[in-house]
Design a protein around this ligand. Structure first.
Ligand SMILES: O=c1ccn([C@@H]2O[C@H](COP(=O)(O)O)[C@@H](O)[C@H]2O)c(=O)[nH]1
Length: 224
């Protein structure tokens, strides 16, 4: 079985992204490219990264009116990413249009509650529920809209999977026991996230900022 680790390569520098991906390629299941990389390098940058041969998770977290998101996903179709993200809070019609516009082989997954948010952050944007309850609500919405799965933290993934056994669960906010959380607030270890039902783990800085990213990826893989 291929590794569940997708490395978040968050850099605007195409050559640095290629160097990291090349170094870690034998110890991870794929690479995740997000807004920072995409805004700097666009579709051509994604193509060049895909040419390295690892599955590409395109984490653009699209969130707009249904027509705009549908058209954006259409524009991304030629890239055929393995995984593509949209924000669940965009609502059911937006989720449906995103899924309808995506290539058949692309898993479209909805971001529920960002792992950088805690209970008080939710309160500040008018959501009075605990993250757990909001994740449950948005997971149900994503499932009804025909998506493939959701993005949530390792704290909520067990309940999300229990409600959607064949869903695809992406877990970021993953930190080895001795790593710094940084801006992440809902954090679990790689082993705990997998045990709780994660389909894949998104891990960025603990690998990409390490002196030896390959060694860091192997050390994390050894804990799984
Ligand atoms: O809720 C979310 C959704 C996406 N992310 C993304 O995952 C990586 C995490 O990087 P680290 O360096 O391991 O913190 C990053 O690209 C985020 O955009 C997330 O963290 N939380």
């Amino acid at each position: 079985m291929s590794s569940p680790i997708f490395v978040a390569i968050d850099t605007p520098d195409l050559e640095r992204a290629k160097t990291i991906a090349t170094r870690i390629r034998n110890h991870v299941g794929g690479i995740k490219l997000g807004l920072e990389f995409f805004c700097a390098n666009g579709r051509q940058g994604i193509r060049e990264m895909a040419d390295l041969g690892l599955p590409v998770f395109l984490d653009l977290k699209l969130h707009d009116i249904p027509n705009t998101v549908g058209k954006a996903v259409q524009a991304l179709r030629p890239l055929e990413p393995a995984i593509l993200t949209v924000h669940a809070a965009g609502g059911r019609a937006m989720l449906e249009d995103a899924k309808a516009a995506a290539p058949l082989g692309t898993k479209v997954v909805a971001v529920t509650v960002l792992t950088s948010l805690d209970r008080s952050d939710l309160g500040a944007i008018g959501v009075e529920d605990e993250p757990h309850d909001q994740v449950a609500r948005l997971t149900g919405l994503a499932r009804e809209a025909g998506l493939d799965g959701v993005v949530c933290s390792g704290n909520e993934v067990a309940a999300a999977r229990a409600s959607w056994p064949d869903g695809f669960f992406v877990v970021p906010g993953v930190r080895p026991a001795d790593a710094q959380a940084g801006d992440q607030k809902r954090v679990v270890t790689p082993r705990a996230a997998l045990d709780a039902g994660a389909s894949i783990l998104v891990i960025g800085r603990p690998i990409t900022q390490a002196q030896d990213p390959d060694l860091a990826a192997r050390a994390i893989a050894a804990t799984l």
